[in-house]
Every structure is written in structure tokens, then in C-alpha cells.
Design a protein around this ligand. Structure first.
Ligand code: PLP
Length: 379
């Protein structure tokens, strides 16, 4: 890349170019078989995903959103119930709750991890609470040991929204194996991405798995008898074939992301950026898979504009947290205060992160950040 080219936030083309022959052959095999829905490709991928996540079951689904919807539906969340979660996340996490007639209850986050604050979760539990959704935001697991203890104490199911965290660990175990069910997205920009929409759910619970199987196909096993309501929430075979090829590279790609994060931290330290208000994600003992590399910075919107003007892809995420979203008005409520959510929404700065980012790209991002802070006189 020449110095004049932009450093992009994402790069989903390079993973295809690296695996082009294998992916093209896998797609051609599905086309040849004409088994487009379900079939051996989907079953093979489900087996590989269950093995990777360390769970008894994985079930291919139409999207990460649908994985969340079906997990709650299978747990019989419905009218009059409440589900506790974070408002600092993508709309999908909480949007599924009122679709089942329940109310989303939003609590504050831990400022260091951007993930649920377990004490705030426990304070929000009441007689109508039916479940808790922990989001492993940006690629790092939530405090699942503490959340698991709280959920158990109150007899509540805990669900992982692991859309951004495939391969991340907590207590040495992988995301998806840390609660009653794990919900994953295979959206193209995710660490493991399809060539379209897709998702899956994981669980060790045989009964829950059987319910998910029914919900995925209109509540039927044989297309003749419909045991319960469900829908069409299937993953198609071409997506499964693509994802199966990419899954074999996921560990290497996640390791490269972690190495880039370390490089970022070193490059920021060399330039003294921390002393000027920039907070990079801290190194963690547990495995962070850096779906996104998210810092905090003062005067964030001006910094984003400064980086963009210097050819660096930069963005703010979730600037309007979910408790302030018009679509959730009357369908959600806030428990306690949300100062850490408001701060995260105002200060988060997403920088380029993908396995194909080069070392000199990281240096360019760090240089552009320093120049931007200089220009804005942030000292
Ligand atoms: C935290 C989170 N939850 C849920 C989803 C929904 O996944 P999908 O886009 O596959 O429906 C996403 C991603 O888009 C996400 O980032």
C-alpha cells in the first residue's frame, strides 16, 4: 500500500483471495449437489462449530439476530417478562426482546470492558425477570463467572450474545460454552463471516437444542405435523460451505488480530498518546479476539474527522445507546443510572482492525492519531 492509500476499517476481500480456490470449489460442490437448504454441508459445519466452541450442539441459523430471537423464544420468554441486558450494543441484542412481547431492561456497563456490570445486573433483577443477555462486545467476553453466579442464584437463564466474539475465552473456555446458549453472527464483516447473512447458536442443553431445531423449521420435524409455531430460520448450504473453509483459518486470523492490538499499544506508547487522553484496550489474560479495536478519546467526533481527513478509516459505534432509541420507546426501561454507557457512547473510537492490516498500516494510524491530537491541541 502506498502512503497515499487509505487504511480501511475492515477488509473482507483478502480472506477470500487467500482461500479463493478452496472456497470456489466448496461453492461449486454445493451447486453440483443442488442441496441448497440443510443437508450435509450444514450438518458438517454445525459439527465443526460445536467442536470449536466446546459445546454439545451448534445449530446453523439465518442470522445472529435470529439466533438471539430463537434462544429467547425457546426459553419461553413472552408477554409480561423482562430480559436484562446492556444498551451499549447493536440493536439486534435488545430488539428481539419486545418482538416476543417482553420488556428490555437496560443496566450500566463496566467502563474498562464496555460489557455488562454484574452488580447492576443483580440490582435490576425482579419478579418479572425471565433471562439475562450478556454481550461479548468488540471481541472480549463479559464477566461470565460473576454473571453466571448471579444467574444461578436467581434461577435465571443466561444467554451469550457472542456475535462479535467467536474464539474469545473466559476462564479458558470459549465463547458460546459459557452459558445456557451462545448466539453468533456470520455477517460478512465478523471474524468468521459468510458471503451473506447467517448465524448459529450453541448449547449443551439437549432439550433447548431440540426446541431450536423445531423453531428453525416452522415447528416441524417432518413438514407434515407442526408441533409448535416457529419460522424459517435456516442457514443455507452455500453459506455453510464458505464458512466451513474459513473456520479452518479462524485461529490464525484471531492470533494476527491480537498481534496487531499489541502493535497498536506499543505504537501509542512510543508516541506518548496515553498521556493525551487516548485509552487503548488493555492487554488481557483471557483471549480477546479484537473484532474491533476500540479506544476512548476526548472530543471523539473531531478526532474521527481528523483521522478520516488523513486517510484513516475511523468511526464511532453505538453513539445513540439503545435506551434512547425511538423503536424501543415504551418497550424497554432503564434500571439504575447509565453514566458509563453515556461516556462510552460519547468517547469510543473504532480504529482499523483486520488480519490483513500490515505493520506499516498500524504505524500510519498511530502517526495520524498523533497529528490529529496535535492539530486539535489535545495535550
Ligand atoms: C452484538 C451483536 N449482536 C447481534 C448481531 C446480529 O447479528 P446479524 O447481523 O447476523 O443478525 C450483531 C451483528 O450484526 C452484533 O454485533
Amino acid at each position: 500500500m502506498s502512503a497515499s492509500e487509505r487504511v480501511e476499517l475492515f477488509d473482507i476481500r483478502s480472506s477470500y483471495l487467500e482461500l479463493r480456490e478452496e472456497i470456489d470449489a466448496a461453492i461449486a460442490a454445493v451447486v453440483d449437489s443442488h442441496q441448497f437448504i440443510g443437508g450435509p454441508e450444514v450438518r458438517r459445519l454445525e459439527g465443526a462449530l460445536a467442536e470449536y466452541c466446546g459445546t454439545r450442539h451448534a445449530i446453523g441459523l439465518s442470522s445472529g439476530t435470529d439466533a438471539l430471537l430463537l434462544a429467547l423464544w425457546a426459553l419461553e420468554v413472552g408477554a409480561g417478562d423482562e430480559v436484562i441486558t446492556t444498551p451499549f450494543t447493536f440493536m439486534a441484542t435488545a430488539g428481539v426482546i419486545p418482538r416476543l412481547g417482553a420488556t428490555a431492561v437496560f443496566v450500566d456497563i463496566d467502563p474498562a470492558s464496555f460489557n455488562l456490570d454484574p452488580a447492576a445486573v443483580e440490582a435490576a433483577i425482579g419478579p418479572r425477570t425471565k433471562a439475562i443477555i450478556a454481550v461479548h462486545l468488540f471481541g472480549a467476553c463479559s464477566a461470565m463467572d460473576r454473571l453466571g453466579t448471579i444467574a444461578e442464584r436467581h434461577g435465571l437463564p443466561l444467554i451469550e450474545d457472542a456475535a462479535q466474539a467467536i474464539g474469545a475465552t473466559h476462564g479458558g473456555r470459549r465463547a458460546g460454552s459459557l452459558a445456557r446458549a451462545g448466539c453468533f453472527s456470520l455477517f460478512p464483516t465478523k471474524n468468521l463471516g459468510a458471503f451473506g447473512d447467517g448465524g448459529f447458536a450453541t448449547t449443551d442443553d439437549d432439550e433447548l437444542y431440540q426446541r431450536l431445531v423445531l423453531l428453525r423449521s416452522h415447528g416441524s420435524r417432518d413438514k407434515q405435523t407442526f408441533e409448535r409455531l416457529g419460522g424459517n430460520f435456516r442457514l443455507d448450504a452455500i453459506q455453510a460451505a464458505v464458512v466451513a473453509v474459513k473456520l479452518r483459518r479462524l485461529e490464525g486470523w484471531n492470533e494476527r488480530r491480537a498481534a496487531i492490538a499489541t502493535h497498536y499499544r506499543e505504537a501509542f506508547a512510543e508516541r506518548g498518546l496515553a498521556g493525551r487522553g487516548l485509552v487503548a484496550p488493555a492487554a488481557t489474560a483471557e483471549r480477546h479476539v479484537y473484532h474491533l479495536f476500540v479506544c476512548r478519546v476526548p472530543r471523539r467526533d473531531e478526532v474521527v474527522a481528523g483521522l478520516e481527513a488523513r486517510g484513516i478509516g475511523a468511526r464511532a459505534y453505538y453513539t445513540v445507546p439503545l435506551h434512547r432509541q425511538p423503536a424501543l420507546r415504551g418497550l424497554s426501561r432503564v434500571s439504575g443510572r447509565l453514566p458509563n454507557v453515556e461516556r462510552a457512547a460519547a468517547e469510543n473510537l473504532v480504529l482499523p482492525m483486520h488480519p490483513f492490516l500490515r505493520d506499516d498500516d498500524v504505524e500510519r494510524v498511530a502517526d495520524a492519531l498523533r497529528e490529529t491530537l496535535d492539530a486539535l491541541e489535545i495535550r
